[in-house]
Design a protein around this ligand. Structure first.
Ligand code: 2IT
Length: 450
């Protein structure tokens, strides 16, 4: 019962959430981080507490779980679990990606949906928070298998989503191909061509720059972080993790702006490319991803650079580290190693890429920025895709990119506004969390006890 949560101290409140959500460690990690940094602000505004805004915010509006049966190329039947966590619709329809990955659990999607609510608020666009996906593992699956899985997934999901209700997009394991199959099935079932998903192909309602947006946005944000301390990105040595959509976009933009990206990684290890990635190598990342093999080692063979099996890139000497893969991929030891090697910025492009201990270590010693600020460019351009679908027009790449830059700069300013902690220092975690919280909280207050 939520009334259990009526408690005075933050720790008591978190204990209450823990009691309500046993074993959901990732969700609790995200809740602790957000509430921890908003707590003082919350207490300074007693109207929020009176209306139990926190108690309501930590409870998803709705969770949908469903069976996803499908048949592989050999005729064998498989069953996966599908989810959609509709977290908060106070400021717009639920909005957030679908993740297809064997590690997907309800706890993981609740953390992502919770984070998405504040991230989407930070963009200033009218989007609520949601997340979904499945424990389906696309690794090694044929194109036909992926299509059949997506069709079976949508066969249930279609009744819960809609352009004014819930608008999913891609995330890990869900890219343009999967969105295409999902969209095709939705259209067939509903007999409606609407902007119900974002990340669509350009030919059928997608936005230019959506594939690049998360990575581009992350680099625009890092550029603002550097500018604040009188520095710039040119000549900086950058470590990226991952080799998917986010790392690809970040590598493209960082390289274009004169930085040197020296690492990308996969579940198998990382490569170190001392010369830095160039256009040909960045293009090759797309090939790696399309192969569905989820490994980065072939890069080392193709370009003759060292591969470090089962290692993470954070042991290299770099100026800037940008985790772009998955949650908790950078821990306290990694943060210490980066710092002792002279790294001055850790910016999460993955959602909750750093463990709570790593965030503490990084925030205390160098400049750290959290995923909900750094990677918000992806969902921001999803918001632009919704706008373009609504007005039945397409914007040019330049127009989208200009708007993306504006939004990233605004998010940075919001972080500065709410995150100033004295000595000219910015606590980006606090800034992003309060900045994201206020709009959602005020909208919830206005709409009554819902
Ligand atoms: O984590 C994210 O912000 C996403 N996966 C993108 C969500 C979206 O709706 O574009």
């Amino acid at each position: 019962m939520l009334t259990r949560l009526v408690m005075d101290s933050l720790n008591q409140f978190i204990d209450g959430v823990k009691f309500q959500n046993p074993g959901e460690s990732e969700f609790l990690q995200a809740v602790s981080e957000v509430l921890g940094s908003v707590w003082d602000y919350y207490l300074q505004h007693p109207q929020y507490k009176k209306m139990k805004i926190f108690e309501r915010m930590v409870e998803p509006e709705r969770v949908i779980m469903f069976r996803v049966p499908w048949i592989d190329d050999l005729g064998e039947v498989h069953v996966n679990r599908g989810y959609r966590v509709e977290f908060n619709s106070a400021i717009g329809p639920f909005k957030g990606g679908l993740r297809f990955h064997p590690t997907v659990t309800l706890s993981g999607l609740k953390f992502l949906g919770f984070e998405q609510t504040f991230k989407n608020s930070l963009t200033s666009l009218p989007m609520g928070g949601g997340k979904g996906g499945s424990d389906f593992n696309p690794k090694g699956r044929s194109d036909n298998e992926i299509m059949r899985f997506c069709q079976s997934f949508m066969l249930e999901l279609y009744r819960h989503i809609g352009p004014f209700t819930d608008v999913p997009a891609g995330d890990i394991g869900v890219g343009g191909r999967e969105i295409g199959y999902l969209f095709g099935m939705y259209k067939k079932l509903k007999n409606e061509f609407t902007g119900v998903l974002t990340g669509k192909g350009f030919e059928y309602g997608g936005s230019l720059i959506r594939p690049e947006a998360t990575g581009f946005g992350a680099i625009y944000f890092v550029r603002e972080m550097l500018a604040r301390v009188g520095d710039n990105i040119e000549g900086k040595v950058v470590a990226l993790s991952g080799f998917g959509n986010v790392a690809w976009g970040a590598a493209l933009k960082a390289t274009e702006l004169g930085a040197k990206v020296v690492t990308i990684s996969g579940p198998d290890g990382y490569i170190y490319d001392a010369d830095g990635l160039d256009v040909e190598k960045i293009d090759y990342m797309l090939e790696l991803r399309a192969s569905n093999m989820d490994v980065v080692q072939p890069y080392s063979e193709r370009f003759g650079v060292p591969f470090f099996k089962n290692k993470k890139p954070w042991e290299q000497k770099v100026d800037i580290a940008i985790p772009c893969a998955i949650q908790n991929e950078l821990n306290e030891d990694d943060a210490k190693m980066l710092i002792s090697n002279g790294c001055t910025i850790i910016a999460e492009a993955s959602n909750m890429g750093c463990t709570a201990e790593a965030v503490k270590t990084a925030s205390g010693n160098i400049i750290f920025a959290p995923g909900k600020a750094v990677n918000a460019g992806g969902v921001a351009v999803s918001g632009f895709e919704m706008s373009q679908n609504s007005i039945r027009m397409t914007w040019t790449a330049e127009e989208v990119d200009t708007r993306l830059k504006q939004i990233m700069n605004n998010i940075h300013s919001t972080c500065v506004k709410y995150g100033m902690v004295g000595n000219g220092k910015i606590d980006y975690v606090k800034g992003a969390n309060i900045g994201g919280f206020v709009k959602v909280a005020d909208a919830m207050m206005a709409q009554g006890v819902i």
